[in-house]
Every structure is written in C-alpha cells, then in structure tokens.
Write a protein that binds this ligand. Structure first.
Ligand code: HEC
Length: 160
C-alpha cells in the first residue's frame, strides 16, 4: 500500500510540473510574437505602385549623380548639402519599400522570377542607400545599373 501511495504522489508531481512546462512555453511564445500586430490590406495595383513610388523614387536616384555636356563644358552633378543627400536616401528607401509592396498580398505573380527580380531591385536600392550613408557619389552612380537591370528584366517578362 505504501508503494502505491508513493507512485501516486510521484505521478501527481510529474503531472503538475508538466502543466508548468506547457504554461511556461506558452508564455515564451506569446512574448516572441506580439498578438497585436496591426492587420494590413494591400490596396494599390502594381501599376499604381510603379507610377506612384517605384518610378519617381528611382528617377531621383538615377539623376542624383551624373554629368551633362553643355556649351560651357561638362557639368558634374552630385549631392552636396546634407539636405540633398537626405533626399536621395529618402528615395532609395522608398524604392526598397516599393519592392516590399510588390511582394505583399497577391501582387507577386509567381514565387520564382517575380520574387528574384524584386529582390534585385531591393538590393540595388540598398546599395544606393549605403552609398548615401557613406556620402559616396560614385556608389550612388554604380547602384543605377543593378536597379535599371531589374526594371527592364521584370518588364520584359511580366508587363502586358
Ligand atoms: C517585379 C517586377 C517589376 C519590377 C522589378 C519593376 N516593375 Fe515596373 N512594372 C511591372 C509590371 C507588371 C508593370 C505593368 C503594370 C500594369 O500595367 O498593370 C509595370 C509597369 C511600370 C510602369 C508603367 C506604368 C504605366 O504607365 O503603365 C512604370 C513607369 C514602371 N513599371 C517603372 C518601373 C521602374 C522604374 C522599375 C525599376 C526601378 C520597375 N518598374 C521595376 C513590374 C515590375
């Protein structure tokens, strides 16, 4: 009889500590994933994102650095003031976020090239942003190539 009592006691203790583990891990999960992440609903069409965000943002990045040949000679152009650099950085960031929007909801037309080409555009934008942070005009200039290649490749495949 005494052994039976002990076994009963041990199984009760194990049962309670088992519940303790479940509660503890549920708490950790709740902390890791906040329950109150705001819900978002994609609204804009791909065309609107192109014309409203991606197009204007990439134009600012392309035009930030370059040279124009005039009658008076070659006119070199690059951001100079903090304000001018900040404007280029803002557009690079908008281009990156425009890429994120292209992957949201059901905008991605497939999980292959659409995602790859969008990421190429995002990475070009990140290259521009890093160059802006380093005040590196040549770097901004160089970021134009991967950005432009991503636009052309995606349009060739998906634009109707
Ligand atoms: C992941 C694919 C993808 C990438 C990357 C992409 N585009 Fe597009 N773009 C599209 C598609 C698809 C359309 C056609 C949208 C429609 O007409 O419904 C389009 C249309 C456009 C349009 C035309 C809107 C109109 O007038 O009809 C512009 C401008 C444009 N893109 C600019 C750009 C620029 C600039 C880049 C690069 C910085 C870029 N896009 C990168 C997919 C892409």
């Amino acid at each position: 009889m005494k052994t039976v009592h002990w076994l009963f006691l041990i199984s009760v203790v194990m049962f309670i500590s088992g519940i303790g583990f479940v509660v503890a891990s549920a708490r950790t999960t709740r902390h890791a994933v906040p329950a109150d992440v705001p819900a978002t609903t994609p609204v804009a069409s791909v065309k609107q994102i192109m014309k409203g965000i991606v197009g204007p943002a990439s134009t600012v990045v392309y035009n930030a650095v370059g040279s124009t040949v005039t009658a008076a000679g070659i006119d070199e152009r690059a951001p100079k003031t903090d304000q001018e650099w900040e404007a280029v950085g803002t557009s690079a960031a908008a281009l990156i976020e425009g890429g994120n929007l292209l992957l949201m909801g059901n905008r991605a037309l497939d999980h292959g090239d659409w995602v790859k080409l969008t990421n190429d555009m995002i990475n070009g934008g990140k290259e521009a942003l890093k160059a802006v942070e380093a005040r590196n005009a040549d770097g901004v200039m160089a970021s134009g190539e991967p950005i432009n290649t991503s636009c052309d490749a995606c349009h060739e495949k998906y634009r109707r």
